[in-house]
Design a protein around this ligand. Structure first.
Ligand SMILES: [Ca+2]
Ligand SMILES: [Ca+2]
Length: 231
């Protein structure tokens, strides 16, 4: 077909209200076949889902699904480290908390460790955290030098507190991503309960003295786009 003939044909199509294919959004019609085709961000085949796929927390058998606590500020801002203490609003006397935190609308996922409350109690604890995703960062140590990276995928805590909190923020956790972090905490003194903090700030008890594993999975929506972190 000569160029003027093609142009004429297109004009006829437009005049008739037909779609030429040029004004149509690209539809990944192979979405769900398990192959990342042109135009797709991801494709997990039958595992594609629009339902929030939670993280899984487990301890020597029992496991439960969790979503990160979500706020509009960064994890470091939320931790609000002033006077050798956090001020998240979640602090409880002689309680140690562990939770995932995501900054709204971002892929900034953090793991927060937090012991005790400002103004009361003395205590000490250690942590050995393994299999962190490569690229993780220690974004806050409460207090300085008490939570440190010990390798590309490992971190350690060694805390002593007196009338304040201790803990810290491990950030830059790949999200969405596939990983399985194991944290072993030893509470020497001043902690009577260890809990996981859920997205609604409710608590799920953890068994003191047993390692906890936090798993993140691949996720892909039914239109073959990658969801926001934690959704
Ligand atoms: Ca596909
Ligand atoms: Ca402190």
């Amino acid at each position: 077909m000569r160029p003027y003939a093609i142009l004429l044909w297109l004009l006829v199509l437009v005049a008739c209200g037909a779609r030429t294919g040029l004004d149509r959004p690209r539809i990944p019609y192979l979405c769900g076949n398990g192959v990342v085709d042109p135009g797709e961000e991801c494709d997990l085949g039958s595992s594609n889902s629009d339902t929030a796929i939670p993280f899984v927390v487990s301890q020597n058998g029992p496991s439960f699904d969790v979503l990160p606590l979500e706020r509009s500020e960064s994890a470091v801002s939320f931790y609000d480290y002033i006077g050798a203490s956090s001020h998240t609003g979640l602090e409880v006397f002689e309680e140690s908390r562990l939770y995932l935190y995501v900054e709204s609308g971002s892929s900034h996922l953090s793991l927060i460790v937090n012991h005790n409350i400002f103004g009361q109690g003395t205590g000490s604890a250690t942590a050995n955290i393994q299999d962190l995703p490569i690229g993780f960062t220690v974004d806050r140590s409460d207090d300085a030098g008490e939570l440190v990276a010990t390798g590309a995928t490992t971190a350690a805590g060694n805390w002593n507190w007196d009338n304040n909190t201790d803990g810290g923020v491990l950030g830059s956790l790949t999200c969405p991503g596939v990983w399985s972090i194991t944290a072993t905490l030893d509470f020497t003194q001043g902690i009577t309960s260890w809990v996981w903090v859920n997205a609604d700030t409710s608590r799920t008890p953890l068994t003191m003295g047993e390692p906890v594993t936090i798993q993140s999975f691949n996720r892909c929506q039914t239109d073959c786009t990658i969801p926001a972190c934690g959704q």
